[in-house]
Design a protein around this ligand. Structure first.
Ligand code: PEP
Ligand code: MG
Length: 593
């Protein structure tokens, strides 16, 4: 009988939260653990052929692995010991076992992991109840082989992320910042995760890498296998598994239109961020690693407004030494000079952990032993970093910034450690900038409300709106279930930003914003109208924000801020922002919506 051709797998569309713009097509690299992959779910009828194919592929790989183990055991301890694996092969080749799983897919409409677990369990239990010793022992073989098949269904482990052999789209239940920090950036075309929200650090990293990304897809990691073709639309938060030819053509045309807008915007590189009526503000860049400076320079940013130094710690297996840190900070400072380089001290905790530090796990890590709290309690770690930043400050553009300050006492204590670090360097005759400027992040509501108490002790403020929104609105910034409540245009946030800016200016210091809000061009007119001096963002956002600034009049931005300040809802404020951005820079709105 002639083989009937296998029909092309049906396209599946999933909707999540687009967190980094761009469209990309490529093969999946599934970075989930076995436990995550064991998520049980219902499947639609058209998914059954794909689940069968996944199962059969996993059986082939499992058989091959058992043969390899058998061969190694034979070489090491002889054929007799290796023969125990014959029983494992019998399980993989047992047609009634395999067919029962395949039948179960249709009968139960559950994914292959669920059906396989149930069938294998039944087999193992039936064998375990038998009188015969030999057959009873076979129960363990069934369990062992099932675990291996499940592992193969799950794809390769997340630790392989750093060793990808070709470009892939990474799909995971979630990605820890420590994993994103060790990614081979050239081999990652895009991200998509089940969990996460726009200000999770995975999302921030995707924007830093300028690669399309979607988070909050709920179960994408149990719907794909390594190698599946997938299309990611990071603008709209849409993901297509097995995209059809029509879909690819449609996206090809959209991509062409977007590219021509992008090309026009990248010509703005040499232009100043100045409004039509002559008001200039600073657009600087957020970076995670020294290598990000290439994109800072390419985007024409005015220096670095936020260097998230914890990524240096996350990318190493040990605490970075003073020398290692000095080298990293100096490299960035030297390359962006004479523009500023604002180095934020260690912001560990929250969703960023160092496994080798063995800090106790917490029920509420974002409100726990994080950032400046951790540093003040670990003077050796803190002072090592302060000395490294001071050493780098012989390039005079270096500034220091403390994260997550919640009261003025923390600033005073941090400054006292800074003085100690300076004294230690003086004793060594090591050069540094005696007048190094120190600023704080305003990202805890108590700091925003009491900004007048903090201002006399610092040279600048930078509003960390990612955390300010989560703490003010009591919405976990990495939880996709409450992402709908995460509203940067909530009137409470607008008022806190306004208060912080006014207080800073009354004290004669400048104020920036380095949360993700700063890189959202829809927000640019509002932030400008509220009087902010600097916006620091992912380098990829610079051309879009600059286009909006250059298309606006400062008076229009002020008028918008005045109009929305009494607004009662986040939606109202957002709509007013979209209206103005769309009117002055329609191309930009087109690119981001
Ligand atoms: C912020 O909270 O807005 C911020 C910039 O810091 P991070 O995102 O690193 O917490
Ligand atoms: Mg923060």
């Amino acid at each position: 009988m002639a083989d009937t051709p296998t029909p092309a797998p049906a396209e599946i569309e999933l909707k999540g939260i687009g967190v980094s713009p761009g469209v990309v097509v490529g093969p999946v690299f599934l970075a989930t653990t076995e436990e995550e992959r064991l998520v049980e779910r219902d499947i639609a009828e058209e998914e059954i052929p794909r689940e069968i194919a996944r199962f059969e592929e996993a059986l082939i790989v499992t058989r091959q692995q058992i043969h390899e183990i058998q061969q190694k055991v034979t070489e090491a301890i002889g054929q007799e010991s290796a023969s125990i694996f014959d029983a494992h092969l019998l399980v993989v080749d047992d047609r009634s076992f395999v067919e029962e799983v395949i039948r179960g897919l249709g009968d139960q409409r559950r994914n292959v992991e669920s059906v396989l677990s149930v069938v294998a369990d039944r087999y193992a239990q039936a064998l375990a109840r038998l009188e015969d010793d030999y057959l009873r022992e076979r129960a363990a073989d069934v369990r062992d082989v099932t675990r291996r098949i499940l592992r193969n269904l799950a794809g390769r482990s997340a630790s392989l992320l750093s060793r990808l052999d070709r470009p892939y789209l990474i799909i995971a239940n979630d990605l820890a910042p420590s994993e994103t920090a060790t990614l081979n950036r050239e081999k990652v075309l895009g991200f998509a995760t089940d969990l996460g929200s726009p200000t999770s650090h995975t999302a921030i990293m995707a924007r830093a890498l300028s690669i399309p990304a979607i988070v909050g897809l709920h179960d994408v990691s149990v719907r794909v296998s390594t190698g599946d073709p997938v299309l990611i639309d990071g603008h709209k938060g849409l993901l297509y598994i097995h995209p059809t030819r029509e879909r690819l053509e449609e996206y090809g045309k959209i991509a062409e239109a977007r590219q021509s807008i992008q090309a026009r915007l990248s010509d703005l590189r040499e232009q100043r961020p100045v409004t039509r009526d002559g008001y200039e503000l600073t657009l600087s860049a957020n970076i995670e690693m020294p290598g990000d400076v290439d994109s800072v320079l390419a985007a024409g940013a005015t220096g670095v407004g936020l260097f998230r130094t914890e990524y240096i710690y996350l990318s190493m297996q040990h605490l970075p030494t003073e020398e290692e840190q000095t080298a990293a900070y100096e490299e960035v400072a030297r390359r962006v000079a004479p523009e500023p380089c604002i180095i934020r001290t260690l912001d560990l905790g929250g969703d960023k952990f160092l496994s080798h530090l063995k800090t106790p796990s917490e029920l509420n890590p974002f409100m726990g032993w994080r950032a400046i709290r951790f540093c003040l309690a670990q003077p050796e770690i803190f002072k090592t970093q302060l000395r490294a930043i001071l050493r780098a400050s012989r390039h005079e553009n270096v500034r220091i910034m403390y994260p997550m300050v919640s009261n003025v006492g923390e600033v005073l204590r941090a400054n006292a450690f800074l003085e100690e670090a300076k004294n230690e360097l003086r004793l060594q005759d090591a050069p540094f900038n005696e007048a190094i400027e120190v600023g704080v992040m305003i990202e805890v509501p108590s700091a925003a409300i009491t900004a007048d108490l903090i201002a006399p002790h610092v040279a600048f403020f930078s509003l960390g709106t990612n955390d300010l929104v989560q703490y003010t609105l009591a919405v976990d910034r990495v939880n996709e279930r409450v992402a709908y409540l995460y509203e940067p245009t909530h009137p409470a946030i607008v008022h806190l930003i306004r208060n912080t800016i006014d207080v800073a200016h009354q004290h004669g210091i400048w104020v920036g914003i380095c949360g993700e809000m700063a890189g959202n061009p829809v927000m640019t007119p509002l932030l400008l109208g509220l009087g902010v001096d600097e916006l620091s963002m992912s380098p990829s956002a610079i051309p879009l924000v600059k286009e909006v600034v250059r298309s606006l009049r400062f008076t229009e931005a002020e008028e918008l801020a005045r109009k929305v300040l009494p607004s009662g809802s986040a939606a109202e404020v957002l709509e007013a922002c979209r209206e103005l951005t769309g009117r002055v820079a329609p191309d930009v709105l087109e690119l981001v919506s």
